[in-house]
Design a protein around this ligand. Structure first.
Ligand code: HEC
Length: 389
């Protein structure tokens, strides 16, 4: 075999065309070898190009991402013992049990949106989707092996699509009423919104995490729902946001999924006047803190009426600041010991009289209300709010 190859090689090397062919083959072979090395080791790009002077951007390994962005609070090993002082301990990932869901998808959403009302920031603006997804997998691996029980029969998860369920809502706490007719909507970012939908229609609570458990999946309502997410904002005893006079009544007119939104529609009636409202909500993650956003579309029920509903935020009497940004008014109020609530409403909101919304054309008017939980309140925060859209 060897002896036969030698004369062939000699001939090949002696003819010009043969030499060219030989080198082409040799170079192709070397290239293949280099390719194997790239696939086999983790950081070959640096090793192969060490002699070049231009820096090569190597994607950060998931471990370095974790150390750079998360370890300060969650600890190097994920035990929750970071170096940073926090008003509440960061989660230890070693124990598994995540209150906002332990699937990679649920963790991805938590990492993207943060946890409203806690020091856990959202990374949607800082890290790419791929980096967040890798971190979700990493965090999950830090914990004990998770056995994914197929609970799909009883637990309805938040997926990449919005969802709506109707049913009996349990009480939101000691001394609070049950709501025999209720609606829970979920946005794909992992937030769920609990509405009373019996005698009136109003948002009761905002939750984050898994969606609902239910025994009966026929969509007719009446069956008990068990919301699974954690309440991050309780609004049950708040005054109604859209003020349409003291005698106004509200009636649910429908729910719908419209692309990535779960929409709740209702009619507000006062005397002979009627206003159609549709609203949807989702998570909001800002550099100042996380929270959620509600969008309202208002339209007179009959085209020839002129209505002027007022949007009124509950208790702004204790506001520490009212700021005007280019297209919104921000009202900052203390929430508890060390947290602040910043509510931004599109348009010019007056703390005494609210926001008047003259509806003198049949076209719908859209109002946005953003609620974010902040742990700091100072001049720098005020400036950022003033610039925020
Ligand atoms: C400023 C401190 C801080 C930083 C930085 C931080 N976290 Fe957190 N994180 C927290 C706190 C506090 C909680 C607990 C919040 C709670 O339960 O109310 C938390 C909770 C979580 C949870 C909770 C999940 C659950 O369902 O209970 C996950 C997942 C998480 N963090 C991932 C991350 C990742 C990944 C990073 C880095 C990209 C990160 N965190 C950076 C403070 C932080």
């Amino acid at each position: 075999m060897h002896r036969k190859m030698l004369p062939i090689l000699t001939v090949v090397l002696l003819t010009p065309l043969g030499t060219l062919l030989f080198w082409l083959l040799a170079m192709w072979g070397a290239h293949q070898l280099a390719g194997d090395r790239i696939a086999a080791t983790d950081r070959p790009i640096v090793a192969l190009r060490q002699r070049t002077t231009t820096p090569v951007v190597v994607p950060m390994s998931t471990r370095s991402l974790y150390v750079a962005y998360c370890a300060q609070c969650h600890g190097e090993t994920g035990d929750g013992q970071g170096t940073r002082e926090l008003d509440r301990p960061a989660r230890s990932f070693k124990d598994g049990g995540f209150s906002f869901g332990n699937t990679t998808e649920a963790l991805f959403r938590t990492i993207s949106n943060g946890i409203g009302g806690s020091p856990m920031p959202g990374y949607a603006d800082t890290l790419s989707a791929d980096e967040r997804r890798r971190l979700a997998g990493y965090v999950r691996e830090l914990g004990p092996d998770v056995i994914e029980v197929d609970a799909s029969a009883t637990i309805m998860r938040v997926t990449d699509r919005p969802r709506i369920v109707r049913g009996h809502l349990p009480s939101l706490g000691e001394g609070r009423p049950e709501h025999p007719r209720g609606i829970i909507t979920a946005s794909p970012d992992g937030m769920s919104f609990e509405y009373a939908a019996g005698d009136t229609v109003e948002l009761l609570a905002v939750r984050q995490g898994e969606f609902v458990e239910r025994t009966d999946w026929t969509d007719r309502g009446g069956s008990p729902l068990k919301p699974l997410g954690r309440v991050i904002h309780l609004l049950e005893s708040d005054d109604e946001l859209i003020d349409f006079g003291p005698d106004a009544r509200r009636r649910l007119t429908g729910t719908a999924i419209e692309s990535d939104r779960a929409v709740v529609r209702y009619r507000i009636m006062a005397g002979s006047q009627a206003l159609d409202v549709s609203e949807w909500a989702r998570a909001a993650s800002t550099p100042l803190g996380s929270g959620y956003m509600r969008m309202f579309t208002l339209q007179p029920a009959s085209p020839d009426t002129t209505l002027e509903p007022v949007i009124r935020l509950p208790d702004v009497s204790d506001a520490v600041a009212v700021l005007q940004s280019p297209d919104m008014t921000w009202i900052v109020s203390p929430l508890d010991e060390d947290r602040y609530l910043a509510r931004g409403i599109s348009g010019r909101y007056e703390p005494e009289s609210g926001l008047r919304v003259p509806l003198d054309s049949p076209d719908p008017t859209t109002i946005r209300l953003t609620t974010i939980f902040m742990s700091d309140w100072n001049n720098a925060v005020a400036t950022m709010l003033e610039e925020m859209k």
